[in-house]
Ligand binder design. Structure first.
Ligand code: DHK
Length: 167
C-alpha cells in the first residue's frame, strides 16, 4: 500500500470540542485532545498517519470529506448530533470510496429516541458506539484493519515463478 494510502482522517462534529466538561456523566472526563492523542498513537503503531479536524459547521466537515477522496484510505467520524439528521453529510460520505467508521462515545440507541436514527450508518463500513474513550482505539483499529484488507485484495497477483508447462 502506498504511503498516501496509509492516512486516516478523524472527523469530529459539533460540540465535541467540549468533551471533558460537557455532560461528563455521559461522555466522561477525557478531552477531545486526549481522544485524538489516543487515536493518533494507535494509528502510528500501525504505521498510519492520522489527521484530525473538529468543526461545529456541517459544510466544513463536508469539505474535508471531499478533500479525502482519493487521498485518504479511511475516515473515522464522530458527527455528533449531525449523525441524526445531516443528509448532506450522508451524501458527502456516499461519494467517498474509502473505509468509513462511524464512532460515538455514548450509545445513542440507549438514549433519547431522536438519537436512535443515524443518517450516516447506511454509508459507514462499520459502527462503534458506547465504548467511551476506548471507542477511539477500536475505531482506528477497525479503520486500519478494514483498509489494509481492502488494499491486500487490490494488490496485483505476484508474478508466477513456476516454470511454464512444457509444450
Ligand atoms: C455525540 C454527540 O454530540 C451526540 O449528539 C450524539 C455522540 C452522540 C457521542 O456519543 O459521541 O447523539
Amino acid at each position: 500500500m502506498s504511503s498516501a494510502a496509509r492516512s486516516l482522517l478523524l472527523l469530529s462534529g459539533p460540540n465535541l470540542n467540549l468533551f471533558g466538561s460537557r455532560q461528563p456523566e455521559i461522555y466522561g472526563t477525557a478531552t477531545l485532545d486526549d481522544m485524538v492523542e489516543l487515536a493518533r498513537g494507535v494509528a502510528a503503531g500501525s504505521g498510519w498517519e492520522l489527521r484530525h479536524l473538529q468543526s461545529n459547521h456541517e459544510g466544513v466537515l463536508i469539505d474535508a470529506i471531499h478533500e479525502a477522496r482519493g487521498t485518504t484510505a479511511a475516515i473515522v467520524i464522530n458527527a455528533g448530533a449531525f449523525t441524526h439528521y445531516a443528509w448532506a453529510l450522508h451524501d458527502a460520505l456516499s461519494t467517498y470510496d474509502g473505509v468509513v467508521v462511524e464512532l460515538h462515545v455514548s450509545n445513542p440507541a440507549a438514549r433519547e429516541s431522536w438519537r436512535h436514527v443515524s443518517v450516516i450508518s447506511s454509508v459507514a463500513t462499520a459502527v462503534i458506539a458506547g465504548a467511551g474513550v476506548l471507542g477511539y482505539d477500536l475505531a482506528v483499529r477497525a479503520a486500519v484493519g478494514l483498509a489494509d484488507a481492502r488494499g491486500a485484495r487490490a494488490e496485483p497477483a505476484l508474478p508466477s515463478t513456476a516454470s511454464p508447462d512444457p509444450a
